[in-house]
Design a protein around this ligand. Structure first.
Ligand code: ZN
Length: 66
């Protein structure tokens, strides 16, 4: 019930089916690149690609404060 949350995204390079990569330890938290974009694995071309946020670059300065 809402537990499965496998996210798919179309690969921008070959329009293959990309699946969300998650951290192997938690299996829940998405892997992110240095820019904070979620990582996907393309099943078509067998490569990874990053989530491409359109139009929102440079505005979100989210720094974690503890
Ligand atoms: Zn691809």
């Amino acid at each position: 019930m809402g537990y499965k949350d496998i996210k798919h995204k179309t690969c921008p390079e070959d329009e293959g089916d990309g699946i969300l990569l998650v951290d192997v330890e938690t299996e829940m938290i998405p892997k992110r690149d240095k820019n904070g974009h979620k990582q996907y694995y393309c099943l078509e071309g067998h490569h990874t690609f990053s989530e491409d946020e359109d139009g929102t670059d440079g505005q979100h300065d989210r720094r974690k404060k503890r």
